[in-house]
Structure formats: structure tokens, C-alpha cells
Write a protein that binds this ligand. Structure first.
Ligand SMILES: Nc1ncnc2c1ncn2[C@@H]1O[C@H](COP(=O)(O)OP(=O)(O)OP(=O)(O)O)[C@@H](O)[C@H]1O
Ligand SMILES: [Mg+2]
Length: 310
């Protein structure tokens, strides 16, 4: 449904997005994950037709976002990260105005406005001036706007940013429900957000490039491919003897308080443990502890982006 091919965007001579390619199949919820400044909003603005790419191509439902921008806009609901709302309009006036632009009139318009006011928890503030709304409520108006014409594709830039914990949960549940009828690309810089939102796939973007992509399970597997065995010994050991361990692919040692820590990699960690115990017994090494270490998705994210997650 969304097809992005070698998309590149330069701001002056700064490459904000470089050679980005990905697909979002119809009916999927895809999480676009990356730290601040990674290029998420830039990519989404290009998809929504608010920014032109320097090179590369993007299509939505087979339509080019640049050449068929009017038709593309009919098919997408875009929620920008800071919603360019009209401060002096009341919520329901704004939605009526936006519905008109989207070609909704009469009874259909009233029905859709009532629907989105309800879905985005805005009924209590429908008569309030947008300029007086809190950030979280303004965020919800942006989401309501994106949903107005019930477009097949939703592009949501950080939909849970600025919301309180209860609203974050409610928004995740709403996205889950919307995922039954819409194709959704949503961005976030928070890993736990894609873990908790029911994303079918995750694309990790870093410094304008796609650094990893796949299902959460794929990425988890990729992270744990780097699993190792941690073995702590009291006193010193003769590391040369490790050469006799079948299947060992890498070994590193470090001093710890009163002993040595080995970090061992092997194709089959399961069979490495008894072999290591056998070697320790034969060498007279005093084992303090042996435990596997499986990197988490968070470790992978930190490894890719070099930043701790929130
Ligand atoms: N109009 C602009 N002119 C110059 N540089 C820009 C412009 N807009 C964005 N950038 C730069 O491009 C890079 C990518 O920005 P973008 O807003 O796409 O990141 P992001 O992944 O959405 O980050 P965040 O999580 O903070 O929203 C950043 O380094 C940003 O400073
Ligand atoms: Mg952004």
C-alpha cells in the first residue's frame, strides 16, 4: 500500500533522509522507530505530500506522492507531529472546516465529526478554542482530523507524544482497532511504544537510513543472535586452555573483583556450558557462576543508534 524506494532528502547540504526504502502492505500497522533527528518526520512529510524528496520515489496505493498528490491526499489521513491547527477556531468548527476540505458535506459530515469527536475523546471540549487546549488535547484534534474522511491509509507522526499515561493506553488501543480497517504507518522515538502498540512490523531508522526492519520477533532474534555465555572464576585461569573447547567462536576476558570474567560465543551455547564445566574441572578452575546473556531488543536499539532508550 505504501511503497518507498531509495528516498533521499537534503536540507541544504544536510542529508536528513538517505536512500530509504520500505513497504507497508495493505492492512498492516508498521512502526517507524528512531531516535530524535533520525528522519522520521521528514519521510512522513514526503509521504503526505508536504515536502518534496531530493531523489527517490514514494507511492501510496500505486499513486506517486509527488505527481498524483491530490489523489494521494484523498487516500491518507496524516497527523503531523505538531499539528498546524487554527488557534482561534473551536474544535468542532475546525473539524467542520477540515471535513469540507476533504469533500465531506451535509449529514455525512455531521456523522463523521460526531464519530471522530467520540473516538478521540474530544466531546467535552468540542466548543473550546483550539488555542486554549492543552498539548495532549491538541494532539487528539490532529488525530481526529486524520480520521475524518476515514482514509484507507493513516500516517501518524508520534501519535502518543504529549499524552498522559491513560491516554497513551487508550490511543494504543484505538490504533489497534483502526488497524483492522486501515493501513497505518506510525512513528515513535520510544522503543517500548512499538513493543506495546500492536505493530506488524518495525522499521528502525537512524541518521536518515534504515538500520533494521522486520517483525518484533525477527528483531528480537537478531538481537539474541549475539547471545553469549558469561563465566566468572575465582583467581586466575590459563586462557590458552580455552582453545580446547569445541564450537567456541569467540572469547574475551576481563578482570573482576578477585577473579576473571569470560564472555564466550559459540554456535551452540547449550552444549558449551557442560564442556566449559568439564574443562574447569580438568584445569582446577574455581567457577563462581556461569550464565547465558541474551541481548534484548533494547540492546539492539541502543547498539544501532548508540543511544539509551526512554
Ligand atoms: N526544515 C529543515 N531544515 C533543515 N534541517 C531540518 C529541517 N527539518 C528537519 N531537519 C533536520 O533533519 C533531520 C531529521 O529531522 P526529522 O524531523 O525528520 O527527524 P525525526 O526522526 O522526526 O526526529 P524527532 O524524533 O525529533 O521528531 C534532523 O537533523 C533535523 O534537524
Ligand atoms: Mg519527528
Amino acid at each position: 500500500m505504501i511503497h518507498v524506494s531509495r528516498l533521499t532528502k537534503f536540507y541544504g547540504d544536510y542529508p536528513a533522509v538517505q536512500d530509504v526504502s520500505f513497504d507497508v502492505p495493505a492492512g498492516q500497522i508498521v512502526g517507524f522507530l528512531g531516535p530524535n533527528g533520525a528522519g522520521k518526520s521528514t519521510t512522513m512529510r514526503i509521504l503526505a505530500g508536504y515536502l518534496t524528496a531530493t531523489s527517490g520515489q514514494a507511492t501510496i496505493d500505486g499513486l506517486d506522492v509527488l505527481w498524483d498528490s491530490v489523489e494521494v491526499r484523498r487516500r491518507i489521513g496524516y497527523m503531523p507531529e505538531s499539528c498546524p491547527l487554527y488557534q482561534e477556531m473551536r474544535v468542532h468548527e475546525y473539524l467542520r472546516f477540515r471535513a469540507g476540505i476533504k469533500g465531506l458535506h451535509g449529514g455525512k459530515r455531521r456523522q463523521r465529526i460526531d464519530f471522530v469527536l467520540k473516538r478521540c475523546w474530544l466531546e467535552d471540549v468540542r466548543r473550546q478554542l483550539i488555542g486554549t487546549l492543552s498539548k495532549g488535547y491538541r494532539q487528539r484534534v490532529g488525530l481526529a482530523d486524520a480520521l475524518l474522511a476515514s482514509p484507507p491509509v493513516l500516517i501518524l507522526d508520534e501519535p502518543t507524544a504529549g499524552l498522559d499515561p491513560a491516554q497513551i493506553r487508550a490511543t494504543r488501543a484505538l490504533i489497534h482497532e483502526l488497524g483492522r480497517e486501515h493501513t497505518i504507518l506510525l512513528s515513535t522515538h520510544i522503543l517500548s511504544e512499538v513493543e506495546k502498540t500492536p505493530c506488524d512490523r518495525v522499521i528502525i531508522i537512524h541518521e536518515g537510513r534504515v538500520a533494521a526492519s522486520g517483525t518484533l520477533a525477527d528483531l528480537q532474534e537478531k538481537a539474541s543472535a549475539n547471545a553469549c555465555l558469561i563465566a566468572d572464576f575465582d583467581g586466575s585461569i590459563d586462557e590458552e586452555a580455552l582453545g580446547g573447547l569445541p564450537g567456541l567462536t569467540d572469547a574475551a576476558s576481563a578482570k573482576i573483583d578477585g577473579g576473571v570474567r569470560l564472555r564466550l560465543h559459540a554456535g551452540d551455547l547449550g552444549s558449551l556450558t557442560p564442556r566449559l564445566c568439564g574443562l574447569a574441572a580438568a584445569q582446577g578452575w574455581k567457577i563462581r557462576q556461569i550464565r547465558p546473556e541474551r541481548p534484548t531488543l533494547e540492546d539492539l536499539f541502543v547498539q544501532i543508534t548508540g543511544r539509551e532508550t526512554a
